[in-house]
Design a protein around this ligand. Sequence first.
Ligand SMILES: [Zn+2]
Length: 450
Amino acid sequence: MRRRIGRAAALALSAGLVWSFAGAGQEDWTGLFDGGGTTVDIDALLASAEGSAPEIGAIKGLTDRYWVTVAAQSSRERTKIAEAGMSIDGVEAGQVSGTADSEILAKLKEAGFRVVSAVRLSKFGPDDFPPADGVYHNYGEVQSALQGAQGAASEYASLFSMGKSGEGRDLTGIRFHRGGGEAKPGVLFMGSHHAREHLSTEVPLRLAQWLAENKDRPEVKRLLETRDIYIVPLINPDGSEYDIASGKYRWHRKNMRRNHDGSIGVDLNRNYAWGWGGRGASGNPGSDTYYGPSAFSEPESQAVRDFVEGHSNITVMLSYHTFSELVLYPWGGSDEPISDGRALAAFKVMAEKTAGMTGYRPMQSSELYVATGDTCDWAWGAKGIFCFTFELTPRSNWDGGFYPGAGAVETTVAKNIDPALYLIDLADDPYRAADGKVAAAPKPKGENPS
Ligand SMILES: [Zn+2]
């Protein structure tokens, strides 16, 4: 017998739950599942996993993967859940949600966690990119859209490739700047480290289009004339293409590396060389948060590293993800705040300002849960770059999760333009975010012949 854990039940469970972040350091969450009786019987669930062929090769399909909600009261518990190998994609009062397979579910049970719901991914309806979500850009469409933006602002814009993905796709970017060299303060925007987070491709892509279309507006022109803006909308093109290739979303998060055990993919946002392999990431290749065989083992994360190291004028970075509506800043891999007090003050102001513009919630990344090896810990820790992770719309899986539909694109893009302009402006001296001093003359950290 198939045990039914339907979407309706899960919806009912999550209804009425509200965020209750009450400020930095506060760990208590209110209004939780203390009623009991909602715990999923993992054994029954797993027993019901009727054999179904994986979709291709050894890739786990949707039949033995689940959208899981687990009760968790603190950052420490959320970190332990991440370490068991579950991806944490949503955090609500007293619980976290994300994807896991049966092996990880069993681990969570063994560790004493209460699994509130687990919905087989195959239960979620088919949502095609085309036609229902046709406004989203696949890899090929990203290339043409970037070419279009470049053509519309050719006095500023040029295209570049940050490198190649594992399957040989270009990590194409667009650069807006005036004049040669890299003497101007640089900003790097990136999207879709995670394959299924398609909205995080749209936001930087459409930022590029917006800059091109609005290049003659005085406030935009000033930034284009005085900054060096790099936008790479799709860091994980292989995974993104795989996610949509069947016409039905596969909930794929990682890249497409073939792991030694036959599983697929490394979590690119756990593969950076800062705290790599530590808390909140998984050494299990089958996990959605697998950190890879070594730091920077992946061509995509290597490309980001090499690009950043080759462009030392970059002072600000923004990595877009979905979802949960958050603005996150380092550290993610440590509960401690960053040690440079002046920088911390600037990070906080920048996070609060951009959160104010978007309606998202600002916080140190590890307040959510500790996760090592992410982009921004490396960018700040190794390079001193003011790096933010935006978790875009929606707020929860039940508002659309990774697949919020065509209707989410315009509104999400619209509210993310001002934060981008604000960060571009601050690239000359991010520290001034906190001390309010007047913009100084651009002071690049260094120059690199390109
Ligand atoms: Zn992500």
